[in-house]
Design a protein around this ligand. Structure first.
Ligand code: GDP
Ligand code: IMO
Ligand code: MG
Length: 428
């Protein structure tokens, strides 16, 4: 089938943007199905860096149709700021459309995100404060506003006014915050409604027609499996479903529409925000990974927590997503190490744990059990074929395959489009 999903296999920031960009060059349609502008996908083309948050990464490939699906929470202010950045760079954004069923992230969602985080004190989740959780909360509470509401301005004004009143009550009474300016918000968002109208479409119909016509389609995942609301390290998760199953629900097609499922795996592990992380390295090795991998958040600039490859996480992710192939990213970051460790399983009170536990108290008490491999200690950023990689790097790739249970189809040795080794062509 001419469709492929790109899914984060760890805690996000695995390098999805780069693989999506690589595949977008041959895709005709790129679709986002979950999350919002909490995502930060970096694409480097010919040395120039682009940061994408809400706009699908296919926008950088002329001729691609880019769809923001119904499962995405859509922030009009963030969207237009991003669109303006692209246009200033000479990137055509005329092919970007948003589902008429996508829920709107409004300023009170961001304010509530901030207040809720603050009220949690030491138990805060470390969210991106983009209003993601409060927006999905309104969606599931069945009180949210959708982009289709914007198409009828008078009705939208009334609905938005009522939601601002309700949010202000929560902000003031529950969190002691200052109420938001209703008149200013109405004016601003009615203007966005007019500007957005030509881009609001039934993207599910566009997508299914493209698939029926045999077009090449790429489902662009945001976040990662361990941040999934059901499968992740709950409650230290995001509020969407960043797993392959979520892409069907969030794009308006059935699961059989997704052919290949590429799990994006960092050659080590990172996490931003709070929550247990078994292979975390709070020492000089962790610092060296952070420094070499430039592990600072695209959205918030926060330093990312770093650690060795966690095979329990990636094996779990292969199962939850039905991963058919892995793209192993940032392998070059490991160029500097004499010895590289991969966690094969955990040890909990002397017991061998091979499957990711649900209970975070148990997870926090798990110790990583490592297989240690010899490092290659060579610059691999210029390698363009699998054969040219050092034997030690090939052994590392083979260990990732064995531990996770999926074949490595792509190896990435640098941020640029050109620094990509393809072992098996995808979306031909
Ligand atoms: P995403 O959220 O999964 O798209 O990942 P991010 O863009 O947030 O973070 C990945 C970072 O790694 C970005 O800065 C990329 O430019 C960079 N990157 C991607 N692949 C490679 C690679 O193979 N090697 C190196 N050194 N950097 C890479
Ligand atoms: P990409 O697509 C890494 C994390 C936040 C926080 C948790 C909840 O770039 O991989 P939220 O704002 O979603 O309510 O925050 O999820 N998080 C991410 N971490 N990469 C992301 O996206 C993330 N999006 C959210 O740091 O721990
Ligand atoms: Mg990111």
């Amino acid at each position: 089938m001419a469709t492929v999903a790109v899914v984060g296999s760890q805690w996000g920031d695995e390098g999805k943007g780069k693989v999506i960009d690589y595949l977008a060059a041959r895709a005709e349609v790129v679709v986002r199905a979950q999350g919002g502008n909490n995502a930060g996908h970096t694409v480097v083309i010919g040395g120039k860096k682009y940061a994408l948050q809400l706009v699908p990464s296919g926008v950088l490939t002329p001729g691609t149709v880019n769809l923001i699906g119904n499962g995405v929470v859509f922030d009009p202010a963030g969207f237009f700021a991003e669109i303006e950045r692209f246009e200033a760079d000479g990137v055509d954004t005329g092919s970007v459309f948003v589902s008429d069923r996508a829920h709107l992230v409004l300023p009170y969602h961001k304010e509530l995100d901030r207040l809720i985080e603050e009220s949690k004190g030491a138990q805060s989740l470390g969210t991106t404060k983009k209003g993601i959780g409060p927006c999905y909360t309104d969606k599931t509470a069945r009180v949210g506003l959708r982009t289709c509401d914007m198409l009828r301005p008078d009705a939208f004004r009334g609905k938005l006014a009522a939601r601002i009143d309700a949010a202000n009550e929560t902000i003031e009474k529950l969190y002691g915050g200052a109420p938001m300016d209703k008149a200013a918000m109405l004016e601003e968002y009615l203007a966005y409604a007019e500007r957005l109208a030509p881009r609001i479409k039934d993207t599910g119909v566009m997508l299914s027609e493209a698939i029926r016509a045999g077009k090449k389609v790429l489902f662009e995942g945001a976040q990662g499996t361990m941040l999934d609301l059901d499968g992740g390290t709950y409650p230290y998760v995001t509020s969407s479903h960043p797993v392959a199953g979520g892409f069907a629900v969030g794009s308006g097609v059935g699961p059989t529409a997704i052919g290949e499922i590429i799990g994006i795996v960092k050659a080590y592990t990172t996490r931003v925000g709070a929550g247990p992380f078994v292979t975390e390295l709070s020492d000089a090795t962790g610092d060296l990974i952070r420094e070499r991998g430039h592990e600072f958040g695209t959205v918030t600039g926060r330093p990312r927590r770093c650690g060795w490859f966690d095979g329990v996480v990636v094996r779990y992710s292969v199962r939850l997503n039905g991963t058919t192939g892995i793209a192993l990213m940032l392998l070059d970051v490991l160029d500097a190490f004499d010895e590289i460790a991969l966690c094969t399983h955990y040890s909990y009170q002397g017991e061998k744990i091979e499957h990711f536990p649900a209970d975070l108290d148990i997870l926090s008490a798990c110790e990583p059990v490592y297989r240690k491999l010899k490092g290659w200690k060579r610059d691999i950023t210029g390698c363009t074929t699998y054969e040219s990689l050092p034997e030690e790097a090939k052994a590392y790739i083979a260990a990732v395959e064995e531990i996770s249970g999926a074949p490595v189809k792509i190896v990435s040795v640098g941020p640029d489009r050109a620094q990509t080794i393809v072992r098996e062509e995808i979306l031909q």
